[in-house]
Write a protein that binds this ligand. Structure first.
Ligand code: MYA
Length: 420
């Protein structure tokens, strides 16, 4: 997409929003906290944001197959593509139902725009509730304590009920008409009407201003297909072999079955143990979600073709777990293949073995389920296994943002929030 740098730097919309405007401004932030002056629900308009008379606001019912199909089709044809328009996310209906209906979800936070005359879906944005720890980073708090400012630094330490925004999408034929700011303002209004004042979101693009930027890494399984669809190419080092593809396959070969004894699919009975080992593990990260039992059940119990979770149980005790989810991508304009099967590393925690060993089992499991490539962002402790597990850096970045929350820049290895 070509962009006008002058307009980009002006940020006609984002310059009006409670977000840090520049890297410089972010560098001057020390303690975490809200940017806007406090408001109450009564300060927020009850009427929807004005919209062109040919359009109308629509709140889809994600319990209804018809409505979820409409959202699915909009995203299938118009959602995120790579820079060269070779692949486009093809989130399945089952995935969207999972991602958009967590415990306590608010129907009103799913915001769509339709064409008035024929109800054609033109745009969508989704908010879901979540609990996030987003207090001042630990390293800064430590220093603040030494300087006698510990209390001020720790002011927003507790878990916060906020909104997570995802799936912003505008039909290709309506791009660059300033509809995105209208959707964002309407979802903000609806979220504010419920007394929630902060949001977290991620994007591949650079906006004002990410508190961290993660990089995508990829672990190939199905070399032949990945090269055919030009997801990857044969590395230079392999080209000197007589049969580079055979050597590449050998290099990436995985065992057929998992290595850890006691590895099995997660069940409902595992929920308390998984909740405990996950929250113990996440405690060391600065930005981390807090999941109650219902959320652990929702986000981690296996769902066919959507989310895959395994625990390691030995002597009746669950000691480790991993999870990955599946998002197919449409291969645009390839005669041989229409879809790439992609797994994304979700949450995990290892207490009885090195993390590398647990992730090896994740890779073996994903491969055995017909996945072509496994992706991960360098958040959590993923950098500690990328090299050994033969992940390579990709060209995509995932920038993390807060709305109405001043936060200093941190390294992505201090972030433990996996976005779907
Ligand atoms: S990230 C995924 C975003 N989706 C896609 O990339 C799918 C394909 N692309 C599209 O559908 C469109 O190109 C989109 C922009 C919709 C992205 N996040 O209408 P416009 C700003 C935020 O003329 P369009 C995800 O889902 C841009 O800088 N802002 O542009 C998280 C410019 O503003 P400014 C973005 O291309 C979303 C303005 O929009 C993004 O037709 C988080 C131009 O508008 C982006 N990804 O449409 C949303 N891309 O002039 C924020 C461009 O100021 C949530 N823009 O530079 C904030 C919290 C809200 C809740 C708060 C509660 C308290």
């Amino acid at each position: 997409m070509s962009r006008d740098p002058a307009r980009d730097s002006a940020h006609a919309f984002w310059s009006t929003q409670p977000v840090l405007q520049t890297e410089g401004e972010m560098q001057s932030v020390i303690f975490a906290g809200p940017m806007d002056a406090p408001k109450t629900v009564d300060d927020i308009p009850t009427e929807p944001h004005p919209i062109a008379s040919t359009f109308e606001w629509w709140t889809p019912n994600l319990e209804s197959d018809e409505d979820i199909t409409a959202i699915y089709e909009l995203l299938r044809d118009n959602y995120v593509e790579d820079d060269d328009s070779m692949f486009r996310f093809n989130y399945t209906k089952e995935f969207l139902q999972w991602a958009l209906r967590p415990p306590g979800y608010i129907r009103d936070w799913h915001v769509a725009v339709r064409r008035r005359k024929d109800k054609m879906l033109l745009a969508f944005i989704a908010g879901i509730p979540m609990t996030l720890h987003m207090g001042t980073p630990k390293a800064i708090q430590e220093k603040a304590r030494e300087e006698g400012k510990g209390e001020e630094a720790a002011k927003y330490d507790g878990p916060r009920r906020i909104c997570e925004i995802n799936f912003l999408c505008i039909h290709k034929q309506l791009r660059e008409k300033r509809l995105a700011p209208i959707l964002i303002q309407e979802v903000t209004r609806r979220v504010n009407r419920t007394g929630v004042w902060q949001a977290v979101y991620t994007a591949g693009v650079a906006l004002p201003t990410p508190y961290t930027s993660g990089r995508y890494f990829h672990r190939s399984f199905n070399q032949e297909k990945l090269v055919d669809v030009r997801f990857s190419s044969i590395p230079q080092a392999f080209k000197r072999f007589q049969n580079p593809m055979a050597m590449l396959k050998r290099y990436y070969q995985l065992p057929d079955t998992p290595r850890s004894s006691g590895l099995r699919e997660m069940t409902r009975d595992d929920v308390p143990a998984v909740q405990k080992i996950l929250s113990n593990y996440l405690a060391k990260f600065d930005v981390r979600p807090e999941f109650d039992k219902a959320e652990i059940e929702h986000y981690l119990l296996p769902r066919e073709h959507v989310v895959f979770s395994y625990v390691v149980e030995n002597d009746g005790k669950v000691t480790d777990f991993f999870s990955f989810f599946r998002i197919p991508s449409t291969v645009i304009g390839n005669e041989k293949y229409s879809t790439l099967e992609v797994a994304y590393i979700h949450y995990y925690a290892a207490t009885s073995m090195p993390l590398q060993q647990l992730i090896l089992d994740l890779l073996i499991t994903a491969h055995s389920r017909g996945i072509d490539v496994c992706n991960a962002v360098d958040i959590l402790d993923s950098r500690t296994f990328f090299e050994e597990m033969k992940f390579g850096p990709g060209d995509g970045y995932l920038r993390y943002y807060f709305y109405n929350w001043a936060y200093p820049q941190i390294d992505s290895s201090q972030v433990a929030l996996v976005m779907l």
